[in-house]
Design a protein around this ligand. Structure first.
Ligand SMILES: Nc1ncnc2c1ncn2[C@@H]1O[C@H](COP(=O)(O)OP(=O)(O)OP(=O)(O)O)[C@@H](O)[C@H]1O
Length: 891
């Protein structure tokens, strides 16, 4: 039993031990779990404690990164904005005041927006704050910072003035409170009419005027073709109207009418370059209005919720006044010329026009930027140009000739040009030493013809002949006008002719035969030239020139095209004073005989300076036909040379080598359209001697020299005698040069031997004789020596005999007397016959001395001696004298 109990107890013990062991194991496992759990908890707690710190650091890092990226982006955006702003407001539209200077927009370039301050963004380079004005809109200013508002107004106006060509911005000020004080710095613009003020109460009329300008510009300038002046400028490169900026600084409440007008200007102004800068006057809502609020707490563009800006300081006062003074000075000095190339067609279209119905070419730019054209044809046929000296007549003639010459080929148009004033600018049309080119249309250029009115006469005679030729051809073809003649005779050469005479009043001055004939010829040409394509363009600087015409209303009436340069008098009709207010380099063009309705104002490009002109001339010259000849150049100041004279070059020994039957002595150049020599024929006929009369040694020698040399050219050597007697030491060098050049054919005589020459020649007259020319220099000085008897007769008697009988025996006297009275004395006294003087050249011998037997009619020729000119008269062939220019010394 005990055992059982013992066994039982043992089993219980074992079981309990087992249970204890298991419990212990579980406990230790639980404890281990607990420890691990605690550790985990501690870890978790530790980790949990570390989380906010890390996340915060990460967040801060992220924020810093974002900050940095944001600043870079802002800086980048600001830089781009600044770049864009600089492009939008180039040059002086956006430049700082330090070193600021006007930079007018180039042709067709938009003026851009104008800077008034900088956009407020911290930490970046400043971004210009811009306000659109010119061609864009209006600016409305408000706010309690009056100084800020004033700074914006000054900045806007100065930048606007600087962005446009001088004169292209006009300011109109309305400042009833300060009476213009708000715009004081801009006052110098007033001297050029670029700033005007309207007084208190003037707002209504000012707005009316702006509305009227807008209406006019829309109607006549934009004319439905363009939506705005900006568009017109972009398309044509021209800006025909100025910008008008009205600056309205405060004032009374607007009445209904004024508000209505203001609304119209706001709505329609910008397209027409009419803009408002307004302070203290409400403007209606409109997309073109930019509102600038300048408050003491800051400024904003775009209204009170707009962009915050820091306003620029106002431009320095001296900068404003100096800029305005400079702009005004430039405007007062006149606008820069439009380019001459504006008048020319593109090269590929040159010489394409047909002149059958007339000649049309632009002469300059009209106020609306459109070309102003001049036409010559059946109507108007002729033109009158007037303007005081220096106003640009010569330039206008260049411009017109250039515009025509570029359009019409030389087969369609020819020019003849005569300049009565001193100057050589027209010489450029002919071939020169410096420039081998010439204007292919130019047939004749006469320069420095101020004293040689005969040249003008010669041109008119030439044109009259041409007129006759054309009229005859027209009659033959039974037509009346040039256009018809050209149609029925397409192969004929019928160009239109334009004859330009500058300072033409010189031609008509005086009451002598030249003036009378010139006026008659002009009248005839003006009347009949119209239908035959001969057009006259007369220019004059002075009213007297026109007065020469006023006496002939029929002549004046033909000149229906009038061109008046600034301050020209009486070119236009009596009540038409448009020329009086013309700016420099402008002209009133009027094809209605000067009546007001016909006025067109043109701005004339500069065409006459050498470089501008020669570009065109060279181009046209290269286009000329291979057989084109250069224009004849007549220069009244030049002394022609015998060796260059075509008539001299044409002289030659007869082909059979014998003496010529009809030798010719050339005496000088005739004042004529063609280069011709005055020639004296010396056939075997009574009276064929020459007297040169006057005291001028050089000219007298030149006449005898040319005569002798031209005669010598026609005689084979050894077949003619040239006896040279020189009795004036001053003439000695020239006479001796002649003697030496004539070599073996010449013999020399002086005071001692001249008597022998007379005796021997007179005695020889009975024989058959070879040609003998006696060249007597200052023969009157030999009167003493010739008074002595040589045999039966005195030397003078022998001289008279030679002159009387010699020519029929080929012995001719070519003698210089230093006065008409001295010649008469040598010929036998005051009443002596002068038949043996068949021809004479008067130098400083007056017309009235040449009367009686030397010249037909009474009172002698109209001859007023002048330097290096002579009057030649050959009674065998002429009815009136002919002015000649002696040839210059031959060596
Ligand atoms: N449209 C123009 N634009 C710029 N300059 C001009 C223009 N017209 C003339 N000029 C300049 O003015 C000056 C005088 O001009 P121009 O010789 O044509 O005058 P003018 O009336 O013929 O004078 P004058 O009768 O005294 O010769 C010249 O130097 C010329 O280059």
């Amino acid at each position: 039993m005990a055992d059982r109990r013992g066994q039982l107890a043992s089993r219980v013990r074992d079981t309990l031990a087992e249970a204890l062991g298991a419990t212990r194991t579980r406990l230790s496992a639980a404890q281990a779990d607990l420890t691990a759990g605690r550790e985990r908890l501690a870890r978790v707690q530790r980790a949990a404690a570390a989380v906010p710190e890390r996340v915060g650091a990460q967040r801060d890092r992220r924020i810093a990164e974002i900050d940095a990226r944001y600043s870079t982006r802002i800086a980048e955006l600001a830089r781009r904005a600044a770049d864009a702003a600089r492009q939008e407001a180039p040059g002086c539209a956006g430049a700082d005041w330090a070193g600021w200077t006007p930079t007018p927009a180039r042709r067709a370039e938009p003026p851009g927006a104008l800077r008034v301050g900088t956009v407020r963004i911290d930490g970046v380079d400043p971004v210009p704050a811009l306000v659109p004005l010119l061609d864009a809109g209006h600016v409305h200013l408000s706010g309690d910072d009056r100084a800020g508002c004033d700074a914006v107004v000054s900045a806007l106006l100065l930048r606007a003035v600087g962005r446009a060509d001088p004169g292209a911005v006009r300011l109109i000020g309305y400042d009833p409170d300060q009476l213009g004080g708000g715009l004081a710095g801009f006052a110098p613009l007033g001297t050029a009419g670029l700033l005007t003020f309207v007084g208190p109460g003037g707002l209504g009329p000012l707005l009316d005027d702006l509305v009227e300008q807008i209406r006019r510009i829309n109607e006549t300038v934009l004319a439905g073709e363009y939506a705005s002046l900006r568009e017109l400028a972009a398309a044509t490169g021209r800006r025909p109207e100025p910008w008008r900026v009205a600056v309205l600084l405060g004032g009374e409440e607007l009445n209904r009418h004024e508000r209505g007008q203001l609304d119209r200007v706001v709505r329609a102004g910008a397209a027409c370059g009419v803009h408002l800068v307004v302070l203290g006057v409400p403007l209606p809502e409109d997309p073109t209005v930019t509102r600038v609020v300048a408050g003491v707490s800051g400024a904003r563009i775009g209204g009170s919720a707009g962009l915050a800006v820091r306003l620029d300081p106002p431009p320095p006062a001296t900068l404003v006044t100096e800029t305005c003074r400079d702009v005004a000075a430039r405007v007062n000095a006149g606008p820069p010329p439009t380019p001459f190339t504006d008048l020319l067609p593109p090269p590929e279209l040159m010489w394409r026009e047909d002149s059958a119905d007339g000649l049309t070419a632009p002469i300059g730019e009209g106020p609306h930027g459109r070309p102003v054209r001049l036409t010559l044809g059946d109507y108007p046929p002729h033109a009158l140009i007037g303007g005081p000296s220096g106003t640009g007549k010569t330039n206008l003639i260049f411009a017109w000739i250039g515009a025509l010459a570029a359009r019409y080929s030389p087969a369609e148009l020819e020019f003849y040009l005569l300049d009565f004033k001193e100057g050589v600018s027209f010489a450029r049309f002919a071939q020169g030493r410096r420039d081998p080119s010439w204007l292919p249309h130019m047939r004749l250029v006469g320069i420095n013809v101020n004293t040689d009115r005969e040249f003008g006469l010669a041109l008119l005679r030439f044109l009259t002949d041409e007129l006759r030729r054309r009229a005859d051809a027209a009659k033959k073809h039974e037509v009346t006008k040039l256009a018809e003649l050209r149609a029925v005779d397409p192969t004929g050469h019928w160009p239109r002719i334009v004859a330009v005479v500058d300072e033409f009043q010189m031609l008509l001055a005086g009451r002598d035969v030249v003036a009378r004939e010139a006026a008659d010829l002009l009248e005839d040409l003006a009347r009949r030239g119209r239908s035959q394509g001969i057009h006259l363009v007369l220019a004059s600087q002075d009213v007297r020139g026109i007065e020469a015409l006023w006496g002939r209303p029929a002549l004046v009436a033909q000149f229906t095209l009038r061109i008046a340069l600034p301050k020209a008098l009486r070119i236009l009709a009596e009540r038409n004073d448009a020329a009086q207010s013309l700016p420099r380099w402008h002209a009133v063009v009027n094809a209605e005989s000067g009546m007001v309705e016909g006025n067109e104002v043109a701005r004339i490009p500069s065409a006459s300076d050498w470089e501008t002109w020669s570009g065109l001339q060279h181009r046209l010259w290269r286009m000329r036909s291979p057989d084109a000849a250069p224009a004849r150049l007549f220069d009244g100041d030049a002394i022609p040379r015998l060796a260059d004279a075509p008539d001299f070059r044409a002289l030659a020994v007869p082909p059979d080598g014998t003496a010529p039957r009809n030798p010719v002595a050339l005496l000088g150049e005739i004042i004529d359209v063609q280069s011709r020599s005055a020639s004296l024929r010396l056939p075997r006929a009574p009276g064929r001697n020459l007297a040169v009369l006057g005291t001028r040694v050089d000219e007298a020698c030149a006449v005898l020299d040319a005569a002798a040399r031209s005669l010598a050219r026609q005689h084979p050597p050894g077949t003619a005698r040239f006896s040279i007697a020189c009795l004036d030491p001053d003439a000695d060098p020239m006479a001796r040069a002649l003697y030496e050049d004539l070599a073996d054919d010449a013999a020399w005589y002086d005071e001692e031997t001249v008597g022998e020459l007379m005796a021997e020649t007179a005695d020889g007259l009975s024989g058959p004789g070879s040609p003998h020319y006696l060249l007597l220099f200052a023969v009157d000085a030999a009167a003493g020596a010739l008074a002595a008897r040589m045999g039966r007769r005195t030397g003078l008697e022998q001289l008279r005999r030679i002159m009387h009988d010699g020519p029929e025996r080929r012995t001719h006297v070519l003698a210089w007397w230093r006065g008409v009275a001295r010649m008469r004395a040598d010929l036998g006294g005051p009443g002596a016959r002068t038949d043996q003087i068949g021809a004479w050249v008067a130098l400083d011998a007056h017309g009235d001395e040449l009367g009686s037997s030397l010249y037909p009619g009474t009172g002698g020729p109209d001859w007023y001696p002048r330097p290096w000119r002579g009057l030649f008269f050959d009674r065998a062939v002429q009815r009136t004298g002919q002015v000649i220019i002696p040839y210059g010394p031959s060596r």
